[in-house]
Design a protein around this ligand. Structure first.
Ligand code: ATP
Ligand code: MG
Ligand code: MG
Ligand code: MG
Length: 560
């Protein structure tokens, strides 16, 4: 491609609006331009990078046996109401009405739409396992869109959805995606960790996030160098002790007088670490009522919490009662957000009555009383795992680092198939709920993360597989001789399979060098009268700055 025929509006100055390296360099290298907050146009070079990342994803998804399809961006409210997410998703879901006053939204993710397709079209276990994926524009009305493509409102995502007839199959589908993600991010040239993760608005039981390690990451991860343990800090926790009480709900000895508890008492009583206790999450608060969900996945035993709170004062509640108290949708089983620090803040404002989980599906205790039954005085100090803490897997000391979430995989179980009645006939002819997984990768965010990891003060240093061009051809003399040599090289290099950007502008060498370093193709080939007189051109490796002089006829061999 020729520079003179391509829109590559490079900028000499740092744009004021950009806070991170990738945002700054994407603007400066002429890859993207802002249309509105969190909404961008991909310019020709930017689009090439996006397409490269997409192609790697596509190849690995196909290799893993997934089938590509394409769902609509707009979806009808009815589907979202079936799962409860029309209410539950909040303002990130951009809603609109069509001319007939029907409610629609722009898809932030597609569990509802794919599950609807599945229940209509797939009937038998013989058709399973199946994994459908798409690479498509998503819309999330992010509260704080920022960092360019890193957190946009409109952005490209690869999302995939697996359906299996049983748990074992679902785990295998999950593992396949985990492995595919590992290959994808490795192929993109990224340094990353797969970490244990929370499931957020998507839900489900098991999840990993793929985190690109970079200082500008919004997430904090802990891991060990040996690699047996890696987790999002939100999630990092010590496993329950071997003698922890795993018992389900059973009659509890009522405490004589419910008492105010200190953190030390609570942790000793529950046999959990303070940090684990801090993993207690709250959800939707209404006036003086909040719900406390003690994370159930590692069985921090909610029954014990109830006992601690003095169960004679506390009633069991149905999901309907919880909804009445908190506004949370029935069957709600995941955290929506506020952390314990906020619990402490609210405590000051006099919040009193709590709903706590009861270690039984869809069951909670209501009327737990904060000031009377426990205190949260010191929670705020106890939030973060520290570097050097022992790994819960016993494989050394924890390292703490910042990470950019480029992908996430979820083992969903029957969360969506149950709500939407997506069943299949098993080999006995019995109807069963399909067991699902879902898997996302942010395409633009992956490209941005690559820049965060690969740049210097002069610009981007693209990993070869996702570079917009492999090679930047830079004629630096205005002579006929250089023009001819450059044209010949352009043809020869392209014929040999290299993607070449030919800077055919009448600009000074310095301007071309600056732009080439900014744009960041892995190789630069400098053609000029002086070199040609010696029978050579100069090749510069962008990453190392290493230069070598090579005869034009040798260049293809040299680069291979
Ligand atoms: P985050 O925690 O950063 O808000 P998420 O956990 O909400 O992301 P998922 O629902 O897991 O995102 O979506 C799958 C992937 O889509 C993410 O791993 C990320 O790479 C990408 N993604 C999510 N939100 C955005 C966004 N606003 N802009 C760009 N990419 C995004
Ligand atoms: Mg999000
Ligand atoms: Mg996330
Ligand atoms: Mg995520």
């Amino acid at each position: 491609m020729r520079t003179s025929q391509t829109l590559i509006p490079t900028l000499r100055e740092d744009p004021g609006e950009a806070e991170t390296v990738s945002h700054r360099l994407m603007l400066r290298a002429g890859l993207i331009r802002k249309v509105a907050a969190g909404i961008y146009t991909y310019l020709p070079l930017g689009l090439r990078i996006i397409r490269k990342v997409e192609q790697i994803i596509r190849e690995e998804m196909n290799r893993a046996g997934a089938q590509e399809l394409l769902m609509p961006i707009a979806s009808p409210a009815e589907l979202w109401k079936e799962t409860g997410r029309w209410d539950y998703y909040g303002k990130e879901l951009l809603r609109f009405k069509d001319r007939h006053e029907r409610d629609f939204c722009l898809g932030p993710t597609h569990e509802e739409v794919i599950t609807d397709l599945f229940r209509r079209e797939v009937r038998s276990y013989r058709q399973l396992p199946v994994n459908f994926y798409q690479i498509q524009t998503k819309f999330r009305d992010e509260i704080r869109p920022r960092f360019g493509l890193m957190r946009g409102r409109e952005f490209i995502m690869k999302d995939a959805y697996s359906f299996d007839v049983d748990e074992a199959g679902a785990k295998l589908s999950y593992q396949k995606m985990y492995d595919a993600y590992t290959r994808i991010f490795t192929r993109c040239g990224l340094t990353f960790r797969a970490v244990e993760a929370d499931t957020g608005l998507i839900g489900g039981d098991v999840s990993h996030e793929f985190m690109v390690l970079a200082e500008t990451g919004e997430a904090t991860v802990v891991y060990t160098d040996k690699g047996a343990y890696a987790a999002n800090l939100e999630r990092a926790e010590v496993p329950p002790p071997a003698d922890a009480d795993p018992s389900p709900l059973r009659p509890l000895a009522p405490a004589a007088t419910p008492q105010r508890r200190t953190v030390d008492e609570v942790t000793a009583f529950l046999k959990v670490s303070p940090r684990q206790l801090v993993k207690t999450l709250l959800y939707t608060a209404e006036k003086d009522t909040v719900a406390v969900l003690i994370r159930g996945d590692h069985e921090v035993n909610e029954v014990k919490v109830a006992r601690l709170l003095g169960v004679n004062e506390i009633q069991l509640a149905t999901p309907e009662k919880v909804k009445e108290l908190t506004g949370a949708p029935p069957g709600f089983a995941g955290p929506v957000g506020l952390k314990v620090r906020i619990l402490a803040d609210h405590a000051v404002k006099g919040m009193k009555n709590f709903v706590v989980g009861a270690n039984q599906p869809d069951t909670h205790y209501v009327d737990a009383n904060l000031d009377r039954d426990f205190s949260v005085d010191r929670f705020a100090d106890l939030r973060n795992a520290q570097a050097g803490d022992p790994s819960p897997r016993g494989d050394g000391a924890l390292v703490v680092a910042k990470g950019i979430e480029v992908g996430q995989v979820f083992l969903l179980g029957t969360k969506y198939s149950q709500k939407m009645n997506a069943t299949i006939l098993d080999d006995q002819g019995k109807e069963r709920l399909a067991i699902m997984g879902c898997y996302g990768i942010g395409v633009g965010r992956t490209a941005a993360a690559a820049i965060e990891q690969n740049h210097d003060e002069r610009g981007i240093i693209w990993p070869y597989p996702i570079a917009p061009f492999h090679l930047h051809l830079l004629p630096v003399s205005q002579s006929e001789k250089t023009a001819q040599a450059t044209a010949a090289l352009y043809d020869a290099l392209q014929a040999a399979g290299f993607e070449v950007l030919w800077d055919d502008r009448e600009e000074r060498a310095g301007v071309k060098f600056n732009d080439a370093d900014l744009i960041g193709a892995p190789f630069q080939v400098v053609v000029g009268d002086k070199g040609l007189a010696d029978g050579v051109v100069e090749i510069k490796v962008r990453r190392t700055g290493a230069k070598s002089r090579v005869a034009p006829a040798e260049i293809v061999n040299h680069l291979r």
